[in-house]
Design a protein around this ligand. Structure first.
Ligand code: DI6
Ligand code: FE
Length: 422
C-alpha cells in the first residue's frame, strides 16, 4: 500500500538566509550553520544545526521516518519570486534595439506602430502550443536562476480570445512545470489596431471580457498600463472598477515614462503593487504607504531603455513602502531572464542595499502577489520553496553578476534541477 502521509525531511549543512520578518531576526535572517525540517510542501522548522535534534524530536511524531538531505554548504534562501513578467509572447524585438541605437526612442517606435503592437501581431499568429513552448523555455531559464514563483501577465493578445489564450498558457506553465504561477490580466496594455482612435471603446470591451476570463479561472489579478502612450487614469479606473466588481486585486504599470498620477489611483483601489515608478511623486508615495501597496522596481527596463530618472528609492524607504524587484521580462523593454542580475542592478543603479534587493525578490515580492503569509520567507508554516547557491553569504547574490550561482531549487519540498540535492 502506498504511504500517503507527507514525507518528513531534514535539510542539513546549509548556510541559511531565512529573510523572515519576525521580530528579533538578524540581517538576512542569517543562520551560518542552519538546518530546515520540512513536512510535505511546508516548512516545519528552521534554525541552527545544534538545535535541530531537539526540534525534530519535539515536532516529528514518534516512529515517523525522516529523510536526510545534505545541502553540502550551499547558501539557502527562500525560492526567488519574480513578481512581474510578460512571459507569454511570440517574436523578437531585437531590430528595435538596433533602431534605438540609431537614435529612435521607445516612445517613437511605439507611436509608429512598432513596440507592443508588433509583439501582438506575432503572438496572435502563433498557436497556443507554440506560445506554451516559448513561455516554458523562458520559465526554465528563470528557474535555473533560483525562481520558484512567477507572476505572468497577458497583454500581447488584446482581444477576448487572444488574451484568454495567453492566460491559459500561463496557467498551463503552473500545471506542467515545478513552478508556482500567478496570472495577471493586462488586457489594458496597449490599444490593438482594430480599435485605433477608439480607446474608450476598447476599455469598454476589456471590462466586458474580464468576467468571462475570471469565470474560466484564468485571472488572479488585474493590471493596466497607465501612461501617455497607453491608457489614461480615467480609463485605468474603469478597468479597476471591473476588477473590483469581480473581487480581483489590482496592480498598475505606473509612472514609468511620466507622472500621470496612476500610483495614487491604484493605491485608492488597494493595489497589491505599483510597478516601475521612475516618475513617482511625493503624493503617490504617501498614498502607497497608506494603502500598504508594494513599490515594484524594475531595474532591467530602466537599464535597457537607458532611462535617466531614478525611482525615488530614498523617499520610498523613508515612507516605509516595501520595495520589490522583478525582471519585467518582455521583448521590448527588458529581455532578461535573470532575477539575480536584477538584484545587482537594483543595488548599482537604484542604490538598494543587497539585503533590500534580496528581500525585494523574496518577502516583498510575495507581498506584491498577495502571498506574504505563505511564500517568500523560510519559516515554520511557509511553503518549502528554497534556492541553493554557490555562495558563502547572501550579500554575494547582489554582488556577483553575470555568473550562474544557483545549484538548484527545492519547490514544495521536492528537489528540482540538475544540481539539486538528492
Ligand atoms: N511597460 C513595460 O515595460 C512593458 N510593458 C509595459 O507596460 C513593455 C512592453 C513591450 O515593450 O513590449
Ligand atoms: Fe511590465
Amino acid at each position: 500500500m502506498t504511504d500517503l502521509s507527507p514525507a518528513w525531511r531534514r535539510w542539513r549543512g546549509g548556510r541559511v538566509a531565512t529573510l523572515a520578518d519576525a521580530p528579533g531576526t538578524p540581517a538576512y535572517g542569517w543562520i551560518p550553520d542552519g538546518e530546515i525540517l520540512t513536512h510535505g510542501d511546508r516548512i516545519a522548522w528552521v534554525g541552527p544545526a545544534d538545535e535541530a535534534d531537539a526540534a525534530c524530536a519535539a515536532i516529528v511524531p514518534p516512529g515517523q521516518p525522516v529523510d536526510d538531505h545534505a545541502l553540502e554548504g550551499a547558501l539557502v534562501t527562500p525560492g526567488l519570486i519574480d513578481a512581474h513578467t510578460h512571459l507569454v509572447y511570440a517574436g523578437s524585438r531585437a531590430h528595435e534595439f538596433e533602431l534605438r541605437l540609431q537614435g529612435a526612442s521607445y516612445e517613437e517606435i511605439a507611436r509608429a506602430g512598432g513596440g507592443i503592437r508588433s509583439t501582438v501581431a506575432a503572438t496572435r499568429a502563433a498557436s497556443e502550443d507554440a506560445l506554451f513552448a516559448l513561455a516554458a523555455a523562458r520559465a526554465r531559464q528563470l528557474m535555473a536562476e533560483g525562481v520558484t514563483t512567477v507572476e505572468v501577465k497577458s497583454g500581447y493578445g488584446l482581444s477576448a480570445d487572444d488574451e484568454a489564450r495567453c492566460l491559459r498558457v500561463a496557467r498551463r506553465l503552473g500545471r506542467e512545470l515545478p513552478l508556482t504561477v500567478r496570472t495577471t490580466s493586462l488586457a489594458a496594455h496597449a490599444l490593438p489596431p482594430e480599435y485605433e482612435g477608439r480607446a474608450d471603446d476598447y476599455i469598454d470591451a476589456v471590462c466586458r471580457w474580464l468576467p468571462a476570463w475570471h469565470a474560466e479561472g484564468l485571472v488572479d489579478a488585474v493590471d493596466a498600463f497607465c501612461e501617455r502612450i497607453a491608457f489614461s487614469p480615467a480609463q485605468t479606473e474603469r478597468v479597476f472598477q471591473a476588477a473590483r466588481a469581480l473581487g480581483l486585486p489590482v496592480k498598475l504599470h505606473a509612472e514609468q515614462l511620466s507622472d500621470s498620477g496612476g500610483a495614487g489611483l491604484a493605491a485608492r483601489y488597494g493595489a497589491l503593487s505599483c510597478d516601475h515608478l521612475e516618475h513617482l511623486s511625493e503624493d503617490g508615495i504617501a498614498a502607497m504607504a497608506r494603502a500598504g501597496t508594494v513599490a515594484l522596481l524594475l531595474p532591467g527596463a530602466y537599464y535597457f531603455l537607458r532611462d535617466t530618472t531614478l525611482p525615488p528609492v530614498a523617499a520610498l524607504r523613508r515612507a516605509g513602502v516595501p520595495m520589490a524587484i522583478a525582471t519585467d521580462h518582455n521583448p521590448g523593454s527588458s529581455p532578461t531572464l535573470s532575477l539575480p542580475l536584477m538584484l545587482n542592478m537594483a543595488c548599482t543603479l537604484f542604490r538598494l542595499t543587497p539585503e533590500e534587493a534580496l528581500a525585494g525578490a523574496t518577502r516583498h515580492a510575495a507581498r506584491a502577489l498577495g502571498l506574504h503569509a505563505s511564500h517568500g520567507q523560510l519559516r515554520a508554516g511557509y511553503r518549502a520553496d528554497f534556492a541553493l547557491w554557490d555562495a558563502a553569504h547572501p550579500r554575494e547574490l547582489a554582488y556577483r553578476f553575470g555568473e550562474r550561482l544557483c545549484r538548484g531549487v527545492v519547490r514544495a519540498g521536492e528537489p528540482v534541477g540538475a544540481n539539486a540535492p538528492s
